[in-house]
Design a protein around this ligand. Structure first.
Ligand SMILES: *Cc1c(COP(=O)(O)O)cnc(C)c1O
Length: 383
């Protein structure tokens, strides 16, 4: 007896496609620490070209890519990097910049759209003062995960670049503060804006993007930047234990991801919107979404009633009750019903994330289940 499971917890659970597995099977590989893996080189060059940067570096994870960017841009002792207070780098990377690289992370409040106040940023960059750390780096996350897959507006990126390039104060000790983009899902931003990633990355010294999220590849990220930047990052990757040998097997899947999954990311966005609209149309006081904020493949579901918060919602999604089966909610999967896996972001927000393997039929089933749960919960909570 088995339930049909639709896993919407994260796009990291996406699986490699048949085409990726085939490419992995036949990949020509060599020892990449010796610089002899042609498939890794091909991926790195392809990524650099897409972003219009000089070079690329294949790394095991986004966490390592971001840490390397911090280490290279903040190579002097006594430096700090400015990050959003809701950023992945600050919240979910163990403070690696501090505990591994000795870099202070200074936070700036993220706005709901994933940006931050540029005037506050200007004030936050330290003056040349022997009491203070040297501000060396600003990190922008795009799309913004915690803020619900928000696309950082191009106009804001342009203003940020103008500020960093133009304002003398942002050049402590004669060196311009560097810009790094945590672009784990930057291809989703490009798909939503319908611009090339190179446009988004234009004024950034470095960008890290993940192959293992909505791009569906099994492992890895690619860090791109100038030749000199990547040279240092490559050196430091070895120190972090990220010098991989015949990892062209993994890079092969990454190449297929760029060729075959990237052009289809908008489909994930459309599916996300379809679910968002269904929940919105249910007009429930207990389970709602803000349609205006749905931009990419991440959907935050608001559960404002403390009696039915995100954990309760998530539990309800992952169980199949006998009433549900008796009610004949699903035409297919009649016998065992379906389970939805969703994650609880905090007590009042659940999060779902769409990706390549979630089909239109899965979306239909998920909507049926959400509607069923909402109808029942609304009745229960009204009693
Ligand atoms: C997933 C993610 C990363 C990196 O994660 P890894 O699991 O280390 O690959 C970085 N930033 C954001 C915004 C992410 O979503």
């Amino acid at each position: 007896m088995s339930h049909y499971v639709i896993d919407l917890r994260s796009d990291t659970v996406s699986l490699p496609t048949a085409e990726m597995r085939q490419a992995m099977f036949v990949a020509v590989v060599g020892d990449d620490v010796y610089g002899e893996d042609p498939t890794i080189k091909a991926l790195e060059q392809k990524a650099a070209k897409l972003f219009e940067k000089e070079a690329g570096l294949f790394v095991p994870s986004g966490t390592m890519g971001n840490l390397l960017a911090c280490m290279v841009h903040c190579h002097r002792r006594g430096t700090e990097a400015i990050v959003g207070d809701l950023s992945h780098v600050y919240l979910y990377e163990q403070g690696g910049a501090a505990h591994i690289a000795g870099i202070q992370l200074a936070t700036i409040p993220n706005k709901a759209d994933g940006t931050f106040c540029l005037e506050a940023l200007r004030r936050k960059v330290r003056l040349e003062d022997d009491h203070e750390p040297i501000t060396s780096l600003i990190i922008v996350e795009n799309t913004h995960n915690i803020c619900g897959g928000k696309v950082i507006p191009l106009e804001w990126l342009d203003k940020l670049a103008a500020l960093v390039n133009g304002d003398k104060q942002l050049q402590p000790y004669g060196k311009r503060v560097a810009l790094h983009m945590d672009g784990a899902r930057v291809f989703n931003a490009a798909a939503a804006l319908q611009v090339p990633v190179a446009r988004i990355a234009r004024d950034f010294d470095s960008v890290n993007f993940c192959l293992s999220k909505g791009l569906s590849a099994p492992v890895g990220s690619v860090l791109v930047g100038s030749e000199a930047f990547i040279r240092q990052a490559r050196r430091l990757r070895k120190a972090l234990g990220g010098g991989m040998r015949q990892a062209g097997i993994l890079a092969a899947a990454g190449i297929v991801a760029l060729d075959t999954i990237v052009p289809r990311l908008r489909e994930d966005h459309q599916k996300t919107r379809r679910i968002a609209e269904a929940i919105h149309n249910a007009k429930s006081p207990n389970v709602s979404v803000d349609l205006a904020t749905v931009q990419t493949n991440i959907l935050l579901i608001h559960l404002p009633n403390p009696k039915f918060g995100a954990t309760a919602f998530s539990e309800r999604c992952s169980e199949v009750t006998s009433e549900e089966l008796a009610a004949g909610v699903y035409a297919s999967h009649k016998e065992h019903g379906i389970k939805l896996k969703v994650s609880a972001r905090d007590w009042q927000f659940a999060r779902i994330v769409l990706y390549h393997q979630i089909s239109d039929a899965d979306v239909d089933l998920a909507i049926k289940k959400f509607n069923y749960i909402i109808r029942n919960v609304d009745v229960e909570l009204a009693e």
